[in-house]
Design a protein. Structure first.
Length: 281
């Protein structure tokens, strides 16, 4: 499964019986949509889902009223999540404490896709916004349609149709911001902010300000996330390299630096995070 949906979400506690699957979007959506995932889990105990930062925006579509609170990585700052939350780019883990049936879908959006769908710079994305709050009655209707569709294939096809109709092709990121975003992800975060500013022809201060407004976080933060994903993919190989080698390949100063970044992004050590059962497989 693509990295935005799988390998980045771990479930602690009773998982119960369930299913999950993923699907790529219509090719015409490739610049806007990272992918779709669907899941249906049932359990009787409270479950904690630990979600590491991804290189996109997550639209979580709830089919049932799930009792869920978002917690900070250290267990502080709990608040009740709105139904079908939209989760923007971030540099720390999300920790959801939830009870009851987990039945719904996740749509992974690129920054371009989120901007084209929501019509606002990502820095203006409310921290705890719901899908219906941002898109109104049509979003609520889509959630209902998806919940009542007969199969997962029908749900994925319905998302394709709706997003192809809703995404505004005239809503674009500034070209230098899009170029910088693409370069950071293509190089696994190995470019400096100064080097990126030179590449796009802007002063560093102007580049950083425009990037943060349109993407929601700084270029340095995006570089850190890209390095983290590169390290995580290597760690998840069937026969992974040694941690010190991964640190060197990914551009970390040393293995302790890798471990610190991993804790910052997941709230736990690499060994602990990888030992947790997958929520999405």
């Amino acid at each position: 499964m693509d990295r935005w949906a799988g390998g980045l979400s771990r479930r602690e506690g009773e998982t119960g019986l369930g299913q999950s699957l993923a699907c790529r979007p219509d090719p015409r959506l490739s610049a806007h949509v990272l992918g779709y995932a669907g899941s249906h889990y049932s359990g009787t105990r409270t479950v904690v889902r630990r979600i590491a930062p991804i290189d996109g925006i997550k639209l979580i579509i709830d089919f049932e009223n799930l009792d869920r609170r978002m917690l900070a990585a250290n267990g502080a700052g709990a608040h009740r999540e709105p139904p079908s939350p939209v989760v923007g780019l971030r540099t720390g883990p999300l920790v959801f404490e939830q009870t009851g049936t987990d039945h719904g879908m996740v749509v992974g959006l690129t920054p371009l896709g989120a901007h084209a769908l929501l019509g606002l710079p990502l820095r203006e994305l409310p921290a705890y916004a719901g899908f219906a709050e941002l898109l109104g009655p049509r979003a609520a209707r889509l959630v209902d349609e998806l919940a009542h569709a007969p199969t997962w294939s029908a749900r994925f096809a319905l998302l394709d149709r709706r997003l192809l109709g809703w995404l505004d092709p005239d809503r674009r990121l500034a070209s230098p911001v899009q170029v910088a975003w693409d370069l950071l992800n293509a190089t696994h975060g190995r470019l400096t902010v100064a080097g990126l500013a030179d590449r796009v022809g802007w002063s560093r201060s102007h580049f950083e300000a425009r990037f943060r407004t349109q993407i929601g976080i700084t270029p340095k933060a995006v570089a850190r996330i890209a390095r983290f994903h590169h390290a995580l993919r290597l760690l998840c190989r069937p026969d992974p390299p040694r941690a010190a080698e991964i640190a060197s390949v990914c551009g970390y100063a040393d293995q302790p630096h890798l471990n610190r970044e991993f804790r910052a992004f997941t709230g736990c050590s690499p060994t602990r995070f990888l030992s947790l059962p997958d929520q999405e497989t």
